[in-house]
Design a protein around this ligand. Structure first.
Ligand code: CDP
Length: 806
């Protein structure tokens, strides 16, 4: 070795593999305005479509008159449900086993529902056309309150389902009922409650909100009549699923549908499902023979595409006097809006809500969920959460604080007493999950030590005394949240979408010069896949990450995959990458053995190549092996160096975290200040610590928004009153608190590189931390549970209701 020979550390660093804070390669184009989004797609002769939408939440459509609209210069066609019926597309299937109107068919069921699609030479003409369409409505009584959905005299919303007393998920109890889902041991749980020394019961609501990505939902559909091929550019989190759905409902051969998801400006669950805009643009393109673009505006996005949450959770915990939990009982009333368009794996009508036992060792639990229809937009998507996990985490984390309050015990102490212990993993929860790994006590103690939890409690006690003495009008809250997520849908034994198992895939093709391309079934919407996927390959096969190009989002070239949502990419596709890379490595080892004239078993992998064991100078770099793969492979071996893996995970992964929010609230104005927010995340092996930190910052900002104000609110007659960013709280840098991040590492035992997902964790853990901080502050004035969102007005109202302000 001479001075110029790189050290092992230098060789490892040159790869920029796992664990490296590699800079995001996609930012080179994003920061220079060179991203390529759907709205950047401009095809020759392209037309524009836009919707006539209903002002009524519930009404009969008596007549649609498009004659004036068709006279507007530039307007070429007005598509209605009647047009769609001619091609059997007036209704479309939802991912949840329901059907949904594409365009109003006889009735409208929510405000801003799509009624007609106007196609014109430009967007302005389409808009003029919309204003010229005359629709005659007969208003019907709206059903807004989900608690009244199953009343005897409730207006029946879905006339198409009248008399059908069974749906996709079993029996229906009422014309507005969708399903009942129960899980757990009812008898054992009832028995635990009968002999409980201490019980709590609270109705904990998680309000309706919306993912509101920066870029709204949009598509360009282009039908080639000669070839009979349909190309769709769209904001799709799951391009292959969209291709299959289009093939099934439009009865087009799947190989003649090309789905391309270019750069996507945020998804957060909003871009998983299929929307009427996609169907209408495709039909319009088939009818006109021209490409048709549909781009939602902000109001349309907020009011008509998928909402999130809207779960009303009656929660009971049974416990001993010493604070050991003995049973959990939860009933959820789930408001699904006008159609059941939840994006969950098929068999899970309430997603993975049965993770509601959280991080605690509940000996028994029982859960029942009732889904109901109301006159609101459909959806129920996993907004930065894995299928209702954020609702579950909020439910249990609020309930644990309420129990702590009843026991007069510190909420941290109550959690430490009830955590699943490190030696109990793999842990079988009372509601049916097998948690893969965890070390909750270590994470919680690290959080408490780093934040100086004991000192903060002391400060809080002093502040409370000062408040009582009238020396301050500020109250201080400490909000703990200790969440366990379940991410990585998922194992084919329990997860599918439309009957397709939820595996994911990676194809790696190494070129002769030691560079390569990896193609994936996932689709980044800002998560930085182009950066991190290359890092996994770099470490696995010893080729610098800079030499690997990652490509996603084109169904013609990418192997079939189920897409990116619910933090499934790292647990499922991340594993596929490692497995494909290991196939490459295995072939590379055979080639190296042949070239170095030794047996394969005499070789060991060493950072960026293979070395003969015991003879360090006999080494062949991976770069040289790539070259050899194209000219001198062992006799009988096929040339080339490529591999594909379709990975069916054996289990989900269970990331966890310990968060603390320190908040001061002025009782006279309700104004809050987030003084500190500490987030410790454990997502197993960390691929890129900088990207993880970015994911946590973004997720916490969304959690802050949701907990402290963001809401899709309807008035009592079904009007959306928060349909724009004037009313829907969207925090800017001004409002957003400073985030402190930290971590522990507990690898997943079943994942090839030990990684768990992280993208959703901060949203899942953040919301209960904020809400617990507000509730902790007010608990001293006698509050038990104050519903979110905790905006200034509601805080002031809480203070007033509790007698703290005159
Ligand atoms: O499915 P989605 O990409 O939204 O979520 P994810 O699997 O949690 O990954 C989000 C980003 O964080 C990706 O770029 C991952 O590669 C990265 N990540 C990481 O660096 N280490 C982990 N253990 C988990 C995720």
């Amino acid at each position: 070795m001479n001075d110029l020979t790189p050290t092992r550390e230098q060789r490892t660093a040159a790869l920029e593999g796992m664990g490296c804070k590699r800079k995001r390669v996609e930012d080179i184009r994003f920061t220079q305005g060179r991203g390529n989004y759907v709205d950047d797609v401009k095809l020759p002769g392209m037309l524009h479509g836009d919707f006539v939408r209903s002002p009524h939440p519930h009404a009969r459509v008596k007549r649609i008159d498009d004659s004036a609209a068709l006279k507007v210069p530039g307007v070429l066609a007005v598509i209605t449900a009647e047009t769609l019926k001619t091609v059997n597309l007036a209704w479309m299937p939802t991912l949840a086993g329901d059907v949904q109107m594409v365009l109003a068919d006889g009735k409208v069921l929510f405000q801003n529902q799509e009624v007609a699609f106007v196609v014109a030479t430009d967007r302005y003409a389409a808009d003029d056309g919309i204003n010229a369409v005359i629709v005659e409505y007969e208003p019907l009584p709206p059903l807004v309150d989900p608690f009244k959905a199953m009343d005897k005299d409730a207006p029946v919303l879905r006339e198409d389902l009248v008399g059908k007393m069974s749906g996709a998920h079993g029996p229906r109890k009422h014309d507005n009922h969708i399903f009942e889902w129960t899980v757990g041991d009812k008898e054992l749980t009832d028995a635990a409650f009968n002999k409980a020394e201490v019980k709590i019961k609270e109705m904990i609501s998680y309000h309706r909100t919306h993912p509101s990505p920066l870029e709204t939902c949009q598509c360009v559909c282009s039908f080639d009549k000669i070839k009979g091929e349909l190309t769709i550019y769209g904001t799709f989190q799951a391009p292959h699923v969209i291709r299959t759905v289009v093939a099934l409902i439009a009865k087009l051969p799947e190989h003649k549908i090309h789905v391309i998801a270019p750069d996507i400006g945020g998804g957060f669950g909003n871009k998983v499902g299929a929307y009427p805009g996609y169907i209408c643009a495709a039909v319009a393109s088939i009818v006109t023979g021209k490409p048709v673009k549909w781009v939602e505006d902000r109001i349309e996005n907020l009011t008509a595409t998928s909402f999130a949450r809207d779960y009303h959770m009656t929660t009971e915990i049974a416990a001993t006097k010493e604070g050991k939990v003995t049973g959990l009982r939860v009933h959820v009333l789930a408001d699904h809006g006008a159609f059941d368009a939840c994006a969950d794996p098929s068999k899970w009508p309430a997603g993975f809500f049965n993770i509601v036992t959280g991080s605690y060792d509940f000996p028994t639990a029982h859960l029942a969920v009732d889904g109901v229809y109301t006159n609101k937009a459909p959806g129920g998507v996993a907004y930065r959460c894995s299928f209702r996990v954020t609702e579950a985490a909020y439910c249990i984390e609020r309930a644990m604080d309420i129990l702590a309050q009843k026991l007069n015990m510190d909420p941290a102490e109550l959690r430490l007493k009830n955590f699943i212990k490190a030696e109990q993993f793999p842990y079988h929860s009372a509601l049916g999950w097998e948690y893969d790994s965890g070390d909750y006590h270590t994470a919680m103690r690290k959080m408490m030590e780093t934040t100086g939890y004991a000192a903060l409690r002391k400060e809080q006690a002093e502040k409370r005394a000062a408040f009582v003495r009238g020396e301050t009008r500020e109250i201080m809250g400490l909000g703990i949240s200790f969440f366990t997520e379940i991410v990585g849908a998922g194992p084919s034994k329990n997860c599918d979408i439309l009957g397709i198992a939820m595996f994911d895939s990676c194809e790696i093709r190494m070129h002769p010069t030691g560079a390569g391309i990896a193609r994936m079934g996932t689709k980044s919407q800002g998560q930085g896949h182009e950066t991190t996927w290359a890092q996994i390959i770099a470490t696995e096969i010893g080729i610098p990450a800079d030499n690997i190009m990652v490509e996603e989002g084109n169904t013609d070239t990418a192997p079939y995959g189920l897409g990116t949502y619910g933090s499934r990419s790292t647990p499922v596709a991340g594993a596929a990458i490692a497995m494909a890379a290991r196939k490459i490595k295995a072939k590379a080892q055979m080639i190296a053995a042949y070239k170095l004239e030794v047996h394969e078993d005499d070789l060991e992998f060493d950072i960026d190549g293979f070395r003969v064991k015991g003879l360090p100078e006999r080494f062949m770099s991976m770069k040289d092996i790539c070259w050899a793969a194209y000219n001198s492979v062992p006799p009988g071996m096929e040339p080339g160096l490529e591999a594909v893996s379709y990975y069916d995970p054996p289990n989900m992964t269970y990331p966890f975290g310990a968060y603390l929010c320190v908040m001061d609230i002025d009782v006279d104005t309700g104004v809050y200040k987030v003084r500190r927010f500490y987030a410790l995340d454990d997502c197993g092996t960390r691929i890129n610590p900088m990207i993880i930190e970015g994911q946590v910052h973004g997720g916490l900002t969304e959690a802050f928004a949701i907990a402290m104000g963001q809401e899709i609110r309807y008035d009592e007659v079904g009007n959306v009153v928060t349909g724009s960013f004037m009313d829907f709280f969207m925090p800017t840098a001004v409002e957003t608190p400073h985030w402190e991040t930290d971590f522990t590492v507990t690898p997943s035992p079943h994942h090839p590189i030990g990684a768990k997902g992280v993208g959703e964790s901060p949203n899942v853990g953040g919301v209960p931390a904020f809400s617990n901080a507000v509730n902790d502050a007010f608990s001293f004035l006698g509050a038990t549970h104050i519903q979110m969102p905790h905006d200034f007005w509601r805080n002031w109202k809480a203070a007033k209701d509790l007698g703290a302000v005159a």
